[in-house]
Design a protein around this ligand. Structure first.
Ligand code: PEP
Length: 253
C-alpha cells in the first residue's frame, strides 16, 4: 500500500475484463515474466475470477501483483454469483478494481456501494483501485469535475486521510474506454489534479488515467505531473502491447 508522503511509485494495472481462459491467462503471465519489466514500476494484472488461482500460482516469485475486477462488500452469505473479500485474500489478491464504469452501467453499482466496497477492501488488506469518470454527454455539458468529485467523495466517505492515501483512483472518461480516443494529456492531468484536491488524503494517493492508453500515448500521459500510472484494458491483453506501456511509465514518470 502507499505510504503517505512517500514518492508515488508508478502503477500500471491491466484489466483483462471478460477475456482469457485459464490456459490463455497463464500463457500471458509466462510471456510477461519472460520480459524484463522495469523494477521501478508496480505492475498489476486483473484476470477474470476463474483464472485468479491459476494466475496466482503462475506469478509465484514474481513482483507482478494480482488484482480482482470487483468483489462483494460482505464477507460471506446468500449472494448468489458473488465473490467475497476473504476468498480473494486466500488466493493472494492484493488489489481490487471497484466502480469500473462497466460495473456501474451493467450491474447497477452505485456510488454508495463503491464506498462500502472500498471500506471492505481496506478492512481485508487489499488496495482498492476506484474507477471514476464521466459519460460523453456529461463531458460535452462540462460536468466532468462535478461528476468525479461526487464519485470520489462517495467512494472515500468515512475514511481518514491515511487510509485514503493508501488507495488508488483511476480517472477513466467513459467515452475514451475501448474507443481508441483518449483524453488529451493536459486535460486528463487537470481532472486528476482536481481529484487530488477533492478528498483529504488523495494528494498522496496514486492516481491513474484509463481510457485507450497505449504504447503510443503512454509517454505523454505519464509525463503529466498528476498522472501516476494507467488502468489499461485492451492493450493489457498481450505482452507486446502491455510491456511498452510499463516501460513508458518507468521512463516518463
Ligand atoms: C478500461 O476499461 O478500464 C480501459 C481503460 O479500457 P481500454 O484501455 O481498452 O480503453
Amino acid at each position: 500500500m502507499n505510504q503517505p508522503g512517500a514518492v508515488r511509485r508508478p502503477l500500471i494495472a491491466g484489466n483483462w475484463k471478460m477475456n482469457k481462459t485459464i490456459a490463455q491467462a497463464c500463457e500471458l503471465i509466462r510471456e510477461l515474466r519472460a520480459c524484463t519489466l522495469p523494477a521501478g514500476v508496480d505492475v498489476v494484472v486483473a484476470p477474470p475470477f476463474t483464472a485468479l488461482q491459476a494466475v496466482a500460482a503462475e506469478l509465484r516469485g514474481s513482483s507482478i501483483g494480482l488484482c480482482a475486477q470487483t468483489m462483494h462488500e460482505n464477507d460471506h452469505g446468500a449472494y448468489t454469483g458473488e465473490i467475497a473479500p476473504p476468498m480473494l485474500r486466500e488466493i493472494g489478491v492484493r488489489y481490487v478494481i471497484l466502480g469500473h464504469s462497466e460495473r456501474r452501467a451493467y450491474d447497477g453499482e452505485t456510488d454508495e456501494a463503491v464506498g462500502r466496497k472500498t471500506r471492505s477492501a481496506l478492512r481485508h488488506g487489499m488496495t482498492p483501485i476506484v474507477a471514476v469518470g464521466e459519460t460523453a454527454s456529461e463531458h460535452e455539458e462540462g460536468l466532468t469535475l462535478e461528476k468525479v468529485t461526487m464519485q470520489v467523495r462517495a467512494a472515500f466517505a468515512g475514511l481518514g486521510a491515511r487510509e485514503v492515501a493508501s488507495c488508488v483512483v483511476a480517472y477513466e472518461p467513459i467515452w475514451a474506454i475501448g474507443s481508441g480516443h483518449f483524453e488529451e494529456p493536459e486535460s486528463a492531468d487537470a481532472v486528476i489534479a482536481h481529484i487530488r484536491r477533492a478528498v483529504d488524503g488523495l494528494e498522496d494517493a496514486r492516481l491513474l488515467y484509463g481510457g485507450s492508453m497505449k504504447a503510443q500515448n503512454a509517454a505523454a500521459l505519464m509525463a503529466q505531473p498528476n498522472i501516476d500510472g494507467g488502468l489499461i484494458g485492451g492493450a493489457s491483453l498481450a505482452a507486446a502491447t502491455f510491456v511498452p506501456i510499463v516501460e513508458a511509465a518507468y521512463a516518463h514518470a
